[in-house]
Structures are given as C-alpha cells and as structure tokens.
Write a protein that binds this ligand. Structure first.
Ligand SMILES: C[S@@+](CC[C@H](N)C(=O)[O-])C[C@H]1O[C@@H](n2cnc3c(N)ncnc32)[C@H](O)[C@@H]1O
Length: 254
C-alpha cells in the first residue's frame, strides 16, 4: 500500500479526537472547539479564573503543582503566566488523556501524570505554587490532604472548594466549655456536612465545609489566608512556624 493511503493520526480531525475523549468536565478551547460547551456552571473554569485573576501572583520562573488537574485548565493558565515548570496530577487517566491532548494542541509544556493527593506523602519535591481546586470535598480524609499540600508549598497554596451553609458569624473561641452546647447550634459555627450517598448525582462527594470550617481548616493546616477574592477561593501562605514543626516531624523529634 502506498504510504499516502495509510491513515495517519493527523487524518483524524481534532473535533473527532475531542469527541473520543468525552465527557469533558472542563470547557477548554482547542483551536476554537469548546470541549464542554454545555457545562452546568457556565464557561467553567474560565468564569472562576476571571474572578480570581486580580490576586494571582506573578508566576514568572516559578514551579507549580496542580493536584486534581482534570483536563489541565489551571495548569495551562499558570504556564501562560510564565511558570517554568508545571506538573499536573490527577487520579483519573481519562482526564489526563484530555489534558495531554490539550497540551499538544495548545503547545504548552506541562507534565501530566497519574497520582493521588495522598501520594504526595511519598514525594519529596516542593513547589513555589500549589493549586488545589475543586477537590477537597471529594476526599474522605480532607484535613490529611491539606496537611500534605502545605508541606509541598513554598510560596502559596491556591485553594478552592465547594462551600455550603451559613457565612462565618464570629471568630473561633480559644476554648469551648464542655457543658455549653449553644455554640454548636449557631449557624456560623465551623461545620463539615457529611454526604453518605451522593451529592448532585456524584457519589464521590463526602465532606462539604461551611465558610467558617473552611477557613479554620486552612489555618489549622498551618496557612495564613492572604486573599479571598470570591466565596470559594483562598490564597494562602504557609506560616513559618508550620515549616519548623514539619522539620521536627521529619527529624522524628515530635
Ligand atoms: C471537580 S473536579 C475539579 C477539577 C479541576 N481542579 C477544576 O477545578 O476544574 C475534581 C478532580 O479531582 C480528581 N481527583 C479526585 N480524587 C482525587 C485524588 N484523590 N487525588 C487527585 N485527584 C483527584 C478528579 O479526577 C477530578 O479531575
């Protein structure tokens, strides 16, 4: 058979390659083709990105880790903002295949690999910026994951979670008395809602924090909250004391 008659990969159109990787969660634009044009949250995550763009740090020359990267939207945006090394990890090979196709079409060099947030416990590399968007509520062990992420972060953790419940009403007390149950019935008291079966048709949703719990968990993991540009997103910096505690942990003296 003459070489010209062999079906080369290029002969499969980009639209077909995108279709073969359905369903897409993130709406990317690949050579003008939208991957998830009917997303229930609109042009997602572009709408989210626009809301946080004003407080994004300058990433020139920085290293970035995105955990739960899905089809790579945020990882690509970090690369566009000048990040030198961008790594995206996700547990789902289907989404990673989408991310690799997108990287090829967008001609952006991002390393995508399969890993769970829990695997970070065994990985020594740290990054200037870590993004953790839309994943906390999918985890059975959310605080453990946050503790691990803080250990990976040199400059800033960019964090987003679905949030439900009343706004935070007051700062946390230094202590709560055993016999006083009133704080627990106040709507703004830190709370995680546990989903036993399914939320929005998705059985992988477990814990949905209210705003007070979310901020308390971030602080408790050793983070300072620098900016909160929209209700679900926080820009956080590891507190220096937190780093000292981990070093002692690593040295086995705690
Ligand atoms: C709701 S999507 C959010 C995707 C993206 N970060 C965003 O905000 O658009 C959750 C993503 O986390 C991934 N994921 C779920 N459990 C994970 C885990 N334990 N470690 C890493 N990724 C995980 C899923 O495969 C999915 O891509």
């Amino acid at each position: 058979m003459p070489l010209t008659e062999i079906t080369a990969p290029e002969a499969v159109s980009l639209a077909e390659r995108i279709k073969l990787l359905d369903p897409w969660f993130q709406n990317l634009r690949l050579n003008g083709i939208a991957t998830a044009p009917d997303h229930f949250l609109g042009d997602y995550p572009q709408v989210k990105w626009r809301r946080i763009a004003d407080v994004l740090p300058d990433m020139s020359g920085a290293s970035v880790l995105e955990v739960g990267c899905n089809a790579g939207f945020y990882a690509f945006e970090c690369k566009r903002r000048g990040a030198r090394r961008v790594v995206g990890v996700d547990v789902d090979e289907h989404y990673l295949a989408q991310a690799r196709l997108a990287a090829e079409v967008l001609e952006l060099q991002v390393e995508f690999r399969r890993a769970s947030v829990y695997d970070l416990a065994r990985e020594p590399e740290t990054f200037d910026y870590v993004l953790f968007m839309g994943l906390l509520y999918h985890l059975r062990y959310p605080l453990y994951a946050l503790d691990l992420l803080v250990r990976k972060t040199r400059r800033e953790l960019i964090f987003q979670s679905m949030i439900r419940g009343a706004p935070a009403s007051r700062p946390p007390a230094p202590d709560y008395g055993f016999w006083d149950e009133t704080p627990f019935s106040q709507p703004g008291f830190p709370a995680l809602y546990f989903i036993e079966h399914s939320f929005a048709g998705d059985p992988t949703n477990w814990w949905i924090p209210n705003p007070a719990a979310m901020e308390a968990m971030l602080r408790s993991a050793g983070l300072q909250l620098r900016a909160h540009p929209e209700p679900e997103t926080w820009f956080c910096r590891p507190r220096p004391e937190a780093a000292a505690i981990w070093e002692r942990e690593l040295a086995g003296t705690l």
